[in-house]
Design a protein around this ligand. Structure first.
Ligand code: ATP
Ligand code: MG
Length: 367
């Protein structure tokens, strides 16, 4: 019998709960429409709300359990009103990223018709690119779970830019495969190595490994950009880029810049992929300022679910999952083009539930 895909679902806190439920409703509709089997979903309790009740940020055994599935979906975690003893917000998802070494951060940046555009140039309507951000080391190595900054109190603090061969080889391999996949789907499939190889030894190493990997992918068109020039190009001519690969901190900054070109946080989808599992979530947080008001734009979560279906398709060969992922994207596209998706985030009249229901309708209508 064919493998039935499994998903670990962590709804989390605030609007995370609502947008995760929206995403799963849309995902189910897309899978059904494409004749794919429904996945087995196991829910895992985690987050600030759970911490307030139990003193734990994730249910006992939850980290292991999350990793047993083909993929993990996360709504959003953390609430500023609920703090741990050291004053920080709960963040079990950072441990998941570390535990499963989710090195490949995938942030699609796409212009949808009638969604907010910051650039007047008509070519901006064609923005469709991916920022691939290494997510376990780089300049974030000494932050996050490791807290390895070198500190001489009140005198000097050093954070470390760590670039390892092992992780960078996997990252570039991932980037070239992604570029090939994009080309097979009618995009340019150009791959840009974004670094600061002219100044930093670690960054020259990053580029060296890119060049080593390139030899195995002679059909992929590559280019190079220093990170500062990349920031300029993302504003001047973003439509000329397809996949851009970079270290952690550069990706953190440029993905927000790029996201700002095509809309708000409510459109920013995200996948974090490791060797054994991928975690998918909207790039935004729990948005306590609008929680419980049916105002959140669920599209970032919904698009992340689309990415997840594509990932599951590649990983498990599950039938029709790739088509269902593509259908979600096509439905969002059609919904904006026909002015049927008008999220409040963009000044429209549709709350979380209305956007979700309309999208499910569109999925039913698309050929
Ligand atoms: P985190 O630290 O978890 O990233 P954050 O403090 O950066 O969280 P978010 O929760 O992402 O903040 O919210 C930032 C702003 O964007 C808030 O004003 C929030 O209301 C808005 N926002 C975030 N997500 C959405 C969404 N899906 N729909 C509408 N507005 C959103
Ligand atoms: Mg944030």
């Amino acid at each position: 019998m064919a493998h039935i895909p499994t998903i670990s679902l962590i709804k989390g806190d605030g609007i995370g709960v609502d947008v995760a439920e929206s995403a799963f409703a849309v995902m189910d509709a897309a899978l059904l429409r494409c004749g794919a089997v429904a996945p087995k979903v196991q829910e895992i309790a985690a987050g600030a709300g759970y911490f307030a009740q139990t003193g734990l940020d994730i249910e006992p055994g939850g980290e292991e359990k999350a990793g047993e599935a083909d993929a993990i979906f996360l709504g959003a975690i953390g609430l500023p009103s609920i703090r741990q003893e050291d004053g920080t917000e709960v963040s079990p998802h950072l441990r998941l990223r570390d535990r499963y070494q989710l090195y490949a951060g995938v942030r699609p940046i796409k212009a949808y018709p009638n969604a907010p555009q910051r650039l007047a140039d008509p070519r901006a309507a064609g923005i469709d690119m991916i920022i691939l951000r290494e997510s376990t080391e780089g300049l974030f190595y000494s932050a996050a779970v490791h807290k390895r900054a070198e500190i001489i109190p009140n005198v000097e603090v050093r954070d470390i830019m760590r670039i390892t061969r092992a992780t960078t080889e996997k990252l570039h391999e991932f980037g070239f495969k992604l570029a090939e996949k994009r080309r097979a789907r009618g995009k340019s499939g150009n791959l840009t190595c974004v670094d600061k190889a002219n100044v930093f030894t670690s960054q020259a190493f990053f580029r060296q490994i890119f060049d080593e990997t390139k030899v195995r992918y002679p059909d992929v068109n590559v280019s190079y950009n220093y990170v500062d020039a990349m920031a300029l190009d993302l504003v001047r001519q973003p439509w000329n880029f397809d996949v851009m690969v970079m270290e952690n901190m550069f990706g953190d900054i440029l993905s927000d810049l790029a996201g700002g070109l095509v809309g708000g946080m409510g459109m920013a989808s995200c996948g974090e992929i490791g060797e054994t599992i991928g975690l998918f979530q909207p790039a935004h947080g729990s948005a306590p300022d609008i929680m419980g008001q049916d105002k959140a734009n669920p599209l970032a979560a919904i698009l992340s679910a689309g990415l997840m279906l594509d990932y599951i398709a590649t990983k498990t060969q599950a039938e029709n999952y790739e088509a269902a992922g593509a259908l979600i994207d096509a439905a969002v596209d059609a919904g904006f083009a026909q002015n049927r998706l008008r999220p409040m985030e963009f000044g429209g009249d549709m709350g979380t539930i209305a956007v979700t229901e309309e999208l499910i309708k569109i999925i039913g209508e698309l050929p």
